[in-house]
Structures are given as structure tokens and as C-alpha cells.
Design a protein around this ligand. Structure first.
Ligand SMILES: Cc1cc2nc3c(=O)[nH]c(=O)nc-3n(C[C@H](O)[C@H](O)[C@H](O)COP(=O)(O)OP(=O)(O)OC[C@H]3O[C@@H](n4cnc5c(N)ncnc54)[C@H](O)[C@@H]3O)c2cc1C
Length: 386
């Protein structure tokens, strides 16, 4: 078992650290949080550095990099803020991978090169007001017509909603019940009958576009079909890559909080000594580092296993669940080390703690991940309806 990163991966980390200093990402992260404005200006810079779509197939503009390399890049940038890492996340581990793996040649040629240039992005549209964890109850429906699908329904909490150019919409086809009726269509922003609700106001992840989507008799051309009814399993398998990306955001935020807490503890004085000389503070820092390393090993294991393909469901669920809980604990401990200043907006810790809370809901809740893991451990499916 080789736990070492390659020379290229280490160089990538160095170049992202340099970029973070050069572009003053620490300040940008605070600005994005304060204004709620996504840092779109990063897109051309990331494209130039080859960070966008690096995992996508070379014949469509990518470089066929491993998922692990993308995970490492996401983690490094998320140390500043998940918003700064978001374009790398979306273009490498997001729903664009479904198109790369299962899309038609025409879909790949029209979307993937633009994603790599930062000119297009794809949102994943699963959740509905009455179907979140219970995804297979979704009621958005596509009726097959002559040369198009007539789409009707509503989605909520869609990251990138309103800002993304393309939307991978999970839908039921006709009246086929349960998961067997679910597949996916690609919608483009601007299609007639496809509209957006008002932007969400979240506790954290400020600057991340998110809103409801409405489909009112949208005529979706037949060639926009990516996953047909009956192939729902392919959608969920591909979603496990996104789950590794979600976990990488947690590694980054926790890493940022640990670095900040360590630096603060080394210089903050109490009782005539830096607080890092108190054993309780040392133990807190050691626990933070231990949990972060454990999460990193689980997430990297899932990403390594995926190679250029798909991770194991078990490993991706375990990595995400552990990292989602770890980041809450680490940012909370960091806040305690900062004392009153941790609670102040003067320092980044309160933002990191707010951001940390989202990941154990987005991309599947902690409970649903445990249900998945338990079913793999017992080797049987636990039907939640019975
Ligand atoms: C920041 C953020 C970004 C998001 N981005 C997207 C996106 O881009 N695209 C998208 O489609 N969705 C997105 N979502 C939605 C997210 O996927 C859902 O919120 C999530 O799947 C949970 O669904 P729900 O909110 O309907 O909660 P519910 O499903 O109503 O669950 C409520 C609670 O009940 C628990 N629960 C439900 N069933 C069970 C069970 N059988 N056993 C034990 N506990 C159970 C859940 O774990 C949860 O704690 C995002 C959400 C957030 C917060």
C-alpha cells in the first residue's frame, strides 16, 4: 500500500498554495461570504491552470486525470473556502462526469470542452420539495412525444441554480413507478418553460448560487436524453464521485481551521504563556489533526479506488459520512481555541463552522449514508418503506 502522492500531485499542491497567496484567497473568501457573490472571475484563471475538467476524457478537452488528483486540488482550495474550490469541484466530480461516462458523443462534444474552458457548468437536479432522501419518490415527469420529452415538475436546493448553463435533471419517464422509472435529461438555461425561483439564503456556503427550478411543459429534445428509465443505478454510481468531492470540501475546511487554530494557539497569550503550552489546547489540536488524517485516508481510499472510473459505494459513503462529521467537530474545536475571537467575524472560524454544517445534508444525509453502509455490511437491502 503506497500512501505517497506523486511528484505531479505534490507540485499541484504547491502551485495552488502559491496561487492562494498571490491572489489573496484568504481575503477573497471573507469577501465572498460578506457579499454573497460567487467569485466568477476565477474561472478563466482556473481554466488556464488546467484545473477545470482535468478528470474529463482527453478527446473532449480534459486530461483524463485521476479522481484523486481532483480531490487533492479541491481540498487545497477549500482550505480557504468551498466557494474558491467550487469550480474545480463542479467541473471534475460533479454531474458533468455522468455526461462524460454515459452521454452521447454529441452531448460530450457540445458540453465538455466548454466546461474545461470555464464557459459552461452543469448542475445536478435531484431533490424535490417532497423527495429528498426519498429520492425514488420524485414526481418530475417526462412524457415521451414524437421527437421530444415534455417535462413538468419542480426541483429545490439546486446548487448552481440560475448560474449554471446546463442542468442534469433526474426525472420519471411516463408512469413507471419507483426507481425503475427514473432517468435523466439535460436542460439548457433559457429553454422555454424552464424557470428559476429566488436564490436561497443559507446559513453558510454564502456566495453559492442555489434555487428552485420549475419545468412547465418544457419540450426537451430527444437527443438530450442521458440516462434512460431503468438505468437509475448508473446515476447513483456516478453520484459517488460527487460524494468524494463533497468529502474533499470537508477535508479542506477542516484543514483551514486546523492551520488557523494552530497558528493562533502558538501566539495567543494567557497566564503569561502561549495557550499552546496548555495541555488541553494541545490535546484539542492533536484530536483535530488525528480526525482530519483519518478522514483523509478514508476519502483518498475511495478516490484511489475510483481511478479514472467510479468509487465503491461503501468506501465513498464511509469517507463522506466520516468527513462530514469530522469537519463539524474540527471547526467547533477551532472556535473554542479562538475564544471570543472565534465567534467574531474578524476571524474566518465562524464562517468555516457555518460552512461545515452543510456537507452532511448536501449529497445525501449522514443517516442515508449509514443506511447504505449498513446494507453493504449486512449484505442485504433495508427497504425504508416496510
Ligand atoms: C447546501 C446544500 C446543497 C445542495 N445541493 C443540491 C443539489 O445541487 N442538487 C440537489 O438535487 N439537491 C441538493 N441539495 C439537497 C439535498 O440533497 C437534500 O437536502 C438532502 O438529500 C436531504 O433531503 P431533504 O432536505 O428533503 O430532507 P429529508 O429527506 O426530508 O430528511 C429530513 C431528515 O430525516 C432524515 N431521514 C429521512 N429518511 C430517513 C430514514 N429512512 N432513516 C433515517 N433518517 C431519515 C434525514 O436524514 C434528515 O435528517 C442540497 C442541500 C444543501 C443543504
Amino acid at each position: 500500500m503506497d500512501f505517497n502522492l506523486t511528484k505531479e500531485q505534490l507540485m499541484l499542491i504547491d502551485s495552488l498554495r502559491d496561487m492562494g497567496k498571490r491572489e489573496n484567497f484568504a481575503e477573497l473568501a471573507a469577501k465572498v461570504d460578506a457579499t454573497g457573490e460567487f467569485p466568477h472571475h476565477l474561472m478563466p484563471k482556473y481554466a488556464e491552470m488546467g484545473l477545470l475538467g482535468m478528470t474529463l476524457s482527453p478527446e473532449n478537452g480534459g486530461v483524463g486525470e485521476s479522481s484523486l488528483t481532483a480531490i487533492i486540488a479541491i481540498e487545497e482550495l477549500a482550505k480557504f473556502s468551498p466557494m474558491i474550490a467550487a469550480p474545480v469541484f463542479e467541473s471534475n466530480v460533479g454531474p458533468v462526469r455522468v455526461i462524460d461516462m454515459f452521454g452521447t458523443d454529441a452531448q460530450k462534444k457540445s458540453i465538455l470542452p466548454k466546461v474545461c474552458k470555464g464557459e459552461a457548468s452543469v448542475s445536478v437536479c435531484m431533490t424535490e420539495p417532497e423527495a429528498g432522501s426519498d429520492l425514488t419518490s420524485l414526481s418530475t415527469v417526462a412524457q415521451e412525444k414524437d421527437d421530444f420529452f415534455l417535462l413538468n415538475g419542480k426541483k429545490c436546493f439546486i446548487t448552481g441554480g440560475g448560474a449554471a448553463s446546463h442542468y442534469l435533471v433526474y426525472t420519471r419517464f411516463g408512469d413507471i413507478k419507483g426507481y425503475k422509472g427514473i432517468g435523466a435529461l439535460i436542460l439548457e438555461k433559457g429553454m422555454k418553460g424552464f424557470t428559476f425561483g429566488k436564490q436561497e439564503e443559507f446559513m453558510g456556503l454564502r456566495g453559492m448560487p442555489s434555487c428552485d427550478l420549475y419545468f412547465d411543459n418544457v419540450e426537451v429534445p430527444r437527443e438530450n436524453l442521458v440516462i434512460k428509465a431503468g438505468d437509475f443505478g448508473n446515476l447513483m454510481l456516478t453520484f459517488d464521485i460527487e460524494r468524494c468531492g463533497n468529502a474533499a470540501m470537508c477535508l479542506g475546511t477542516a484543514g483551514g481551521a486546523l492551520d488557523a487554530a494552530k497558528a493562533y494557539a502558538a501566539k495567543r497569550m494567557a497566564f503569561g504563556r502561549p495557550i499552546c503550552e496548555f495541555q488541553d489546547v494541545q490535546f484539542a489540536i492533536a484530536d483535530m489533526a488525528m480526525k482530519l488524517d483519518a478522514a483523509r485516508l478514508l476519502v483518498y481510499r475511495a478516490a484511489c479506488g475510483a481511478g479514472q472510473g467510479l468509487p465503491s459505494i461503501y468506501e465513498a459513503s464511509m469517507g463522506k459520512c466520516y468527513a462530514n462529521e469530522m469537519v463539524r467537530e474540527v471547526t467547533d474545536k477551532a472556535m473554542q481555541i479562538f475564544g471570543g475571537y472565534g465567534y467574531s467575524k474578524e476571524y474566518p472560524i465562524e464562517r468555516m463552522l457555518r460552512d461545515a454544517r452543510a456537507w452532511g445534508v448536501a449529497g445525501g444525509t449522514l443517516q442515508m449514508l449509514r443506511i447504505t453502509m449498513a446494507s453493504m455490511i449486512f449484505g442485504r437491502r433495508f427497504d425504508q418503506r416496510k
